[in-house]
Design a protein around this ligand. Structure first.
Ligand code: ASP
Ligand code: MG
Length: 418
């Protein structure tokens, strides 16, 4: 008998038929003797629709009210699933994030979980119920509703798994697991059977949409084993866990890409101590996330600084950059939204020299120009022209021997739900 926390994403509960399928799956699990918790996302595109409703009312809705609105999506899916399980003759109870004891800090729309008070879940499980929890939402210690950021249900599931000390956290999604590249653009991509937390973190941070980054961070710090698998079949998916000797020692595990960032350049900034500190302090104050940074060699006492930021941060970045230009006496600034980032991730690159050289050679041979480079001990990322990124992914996937022998017959519908 195992204690399993499962999570079903928006497309897995996208219709009442699909909710019935999830109910049947959970009941089968229960009948097999397991204790079962299910964490749900909102149905289909409901969260996006709620975001549009708010946008139709206001450019800048109060974040507290945004969370109040967004949290309704998950309440619909959990209630329907509980009804579906009752209709199958089994006992289930649904809980909101607050009821299930997800306590967060007060940062609306991207709150962080500070505590999980899982007593209520444990009690309901002890009564033999299937427990259904709303993903993506929590409450502050004083009872205000918060949400955890888009894709946050993954994090709810991992947090509850940690809170009840589950044997595994199964994340059901619309793809068979974590792939060595996005199967939509790289048909030779392979499903990865087992991957370490560290590699999964780098993959999630560099564009693999299948698991929310924060959920992997949470899993790593609490030792929760994640099984990421399809909600449409029974095949084993990808296990994410601490690295050990049983794992396949591939040099490179995956090639990811990300088209969500823009490149900002500030030209002819005075080259003197404190200037970079000033520029990035202002970005931080404007709540602009910064990813890659390069500063050019200084000529005649000035330099150019370029960095990448999420396109969604541009409304805040634009005025902040204009203020920097004005206040620091820089020449001008520009924003390029047509860039993309391609990354190689693999724990083996720590011990295998030459990976960077092979990556750059491969991109050159594919006619892809490299604009910026950044590395971690197990990742190399290059900023390239946006319209070349798909070709770059395919070329790197082949070059590093990742292509599967069998091209996936039926290309998976996506790279993950979000
Ligand atoms: N429903 C939320 C979203 O669409 C949370 C989730 O699906 O994980 O972002
Ligand atoms: Mg998701």
């Amino acid at each position: 008998m195992a204690l399993v926390v499962t999570k079903f994403g928006g497309s897995s509960v996208g219709s009442t038929e699909r909710i019935m399928n999830v109910a049947r799956r959970l009941v089968a699990r229960k009948e097999a003797g397991d204790s079962v918790v299910a964490v749900l996302s909102a149905m289909g595109d409901v969260t996006d629709e709620l975001v549009s409703l708010a946008a139709a009312i206001s450019d800048d809705p109060p974040e507290r009210e945004m969370d109040m609105l967004l949290a309704t999506g998950e309440q619909v899916s959990i209630a329907l699933l509980a009804m579906a399980i009752h209709a199958l003759g089994h006992d289930a109870v649904s809980f909101t994030g607050a009821q299930v004891g997800i306590v967060t800090d007060p940062t609306h729309t991207k709150a962080k979980i500070t505590e999980v008070r899982a007593d209520r879940v444990r009690e309901a499980l002890a009564q033999g119920k299937i427990v259904i929890a709303a993903g993506f939402q929590g409450m502050t210690p004083d009872g205000t509703i918060t949400t955890l950021g888009r894709g946050g249900s993954d994090t709810t599931a991992v947090a509850i798994a940690a809170g009840v000390d589950a044997d595994v956290c199964e994340i059901f999604t619309d793809v068979d697991g974590v792939y060595s590249a996005d199967p939509r653009i790289c048909p030779a991509a392979r499903k990865i059977d087992v991957i370490s937390y560290d590699e999964m973190l780098e993959m999630a941070a560099s564009g693999a949409g299948v698991l929310q980054l924060r959920s992997v961070e949470f899993a790593r710090s609490h030792g929760v084993v994640i099984h990421c698998r399809s909600s449409f079949n029974d095949r084993l998916g990808t296990i994410v866990k601490e690295a050990d000797d049983t794992m396949e020692q591939a040099i490179i595990s995956g090639v990811t890409h990300d088209t969500s960032e823009a490149k900002i350049t500030i030209r002819d900034v005075p080259d003197q101590p404190g200037v970079a500190a000033d520029v990035f302090t202002r970005m931080a104050e404007a709540n602009v996330n910064v990813d890659m940074i390069i500063q050019n060699v200084s000529e005649d006492g000035t330099t150019d600084i370029s960095f990448t930021s999420p396109k969604t941060d541009l409304p805040r970045a634009r005025p902040a950059v204009e203020a920097v230009v004005r206040d620091l006496g820089a020449r001008d600034s520009s924003i390029d939204e047509s860039i993309a980032k391609v990354s190689l991730v693999g724990a083996g690159m720590k011990t295998h020299p030459g990976v960077a050289a092979q990556m750059f050679r491969c991109l050159a041979e594919a006619g892809v120009n490299i604009d910026m480079i950044s590395t971690s001990s197990i990742r190399i990322s290059c900023v390239v022209e946006g319209d070349k990124v798909e070709a770059a992914v395919r070329a790197l996937h082949t070059s590093f021997g990742l292509d599967s022998d069998a091209v996936i017959a039926e290309v998976a519908p996506g790279w993950g739900e979000e």
